[in-house]
Design a protein around this ligand. Structure first.
Ligand SMILES: Nc1nc2c(ncn2[C@@H]2O[C@H](COP(=O)(O)OP(=O)(O)O)[C@@H](O)[C@H]2O)c(=O)[nH]1
Ligand SMILES: [Mg+2]
Length: 291
């Protein structure tokens, strides 16, 4: 048996015959129309999507990837850090996606400084951001959270300032080495979001780096490795499997790819549906009186 035969055998073993989750690969028209035509339940409502996760997880890349899909070309607005080390996103910044007519989509992404074992964003800061107390432009301080006296503290958050969906961004390739401390931080943040009834999803980035067969993005729901990682993560952090979406971000591509788009749109569609459910379920008045 040659080396290649052994590798093939191992890969066959690791891949399901049938995908365990179905998705319409490359047939993106309906999902694209949904996201492009999305309107929040009330006029003037802005859907705030807060992304949090470890440094280098691909949060900024995800924002760029969504913009790329919606604009039909590779987009690079949110600064992507391709060096390891300290988090590059040190300021609380909101990113909106422009439509062709110059107006904006009714959602905004907030990319928050990474979550790590030592330092990283403080849980208190995430709580304040969830409640809409954090103004854009706030520079994170790993030593102390935003205080009421700070000029970036929003005393009276409106429904547009509050977070409507919390999205954990996790790299699939380093999932197994996530420390207990980081997992505990995730759980604490999740608890706070649950208390505020804010829906939570997770996106699992870098499937292409997690295992070689993932280089074909269509294998993402056929990989036993990936499913096992998602199940472990789900059990560890408490996010149900149907709220976890593997996505391949546009990182080295210079051209769009229909299959990569399919994963991004599937995740984005679910994020917006969660926001809708949340807004329908919770009266804004009541929600913001909790802020
Ligand atoms: N191969 C691959 N690289 C990715 C993916 N997503 C992000 N990256 C790369 O990971 C690095 C960190 O990404 P970045 O978006 O800055 O992470 P952030 O710190 O969470 O905002 C960059 O070099 C990205 O190009 C992905 O799905 N696949
Ligand atoms: Mg970033």
């Amino acid at each position: 048996m040659s080396y290649n035969d052994v590798i093939t055998f191992v890969f066959c073993f690791l891949v399901f015959d049938e995908p365990w989750r179905t998705i319409k690969w490359g047939d993106n028209e309906a999902a694209l129309q949904y996201v492009r035509g999305y309107k929040p339940p009330t006029e003037g409502q802005l859907i705030r999507i807060l992304l949090h996760g470890p440094d280098g997880a691909g949060k900024s890349s995800w924002i760029n990837s969504v913009q790329s899909v919606l604009r039909g070309r590779i987009y690079r607005q949110a600064l992507v850090d391709n060096t390891s080390g300290d988090s590059f996103t040190k300021e609380y910044t909101g990113y909106r996606v422009k439509k062709d007519d110059g107006s904006f989509y009714p959602f905004v992404f907030n990319d928050i400084m990474g979550l790590s074992k030592h330092g990283g964003v403080l849980e208190k800061d995430i709580e304040l951001a969830l409640k809409g107390h954090m103004k854009e432009g706030y520079k994170f301080n790993p030593e102390s959270p935003l205080s009421e006296g700070d000029r970036h503290y929003n005393k009276n958050p409106t429904p547009n300032d509050c977070v409507h969906v919390l999205v954990c961004v996790i790299p699939a390739d380093t999932l197994s080495i996530m420390s207990n401390e980081v997992a505990q931080k995730f759980r604490n943040i999740r608890e706070e979001a649950s208390r505020l009834k804010i829906p939570q999803l997770a996106i699992l980035t870098k499937p292409d780096l997690a295992f070689p067969e993932q280089r074909n993005v269509k294998n993402v729901y056929r990989s036993r490795y990936m499913k096992e990682k998602m199940e472990k993560f789900s059990a560890n952090v408490g996010i149900p499997m149907n709220c976890i979406f593997p996505v391949r971000n546009y990182s080295q591509e210079t051209n769009m790819d229909d299959d990569i788009d399919s994963l991004i749109l599937d995740a984005m569609k679910n994020i917006l549906q969660c926001a809708d459910d949340f807004l329908e379920f919770t009266q804004d008045q009541y929600y913001c009186s909790m802020c």
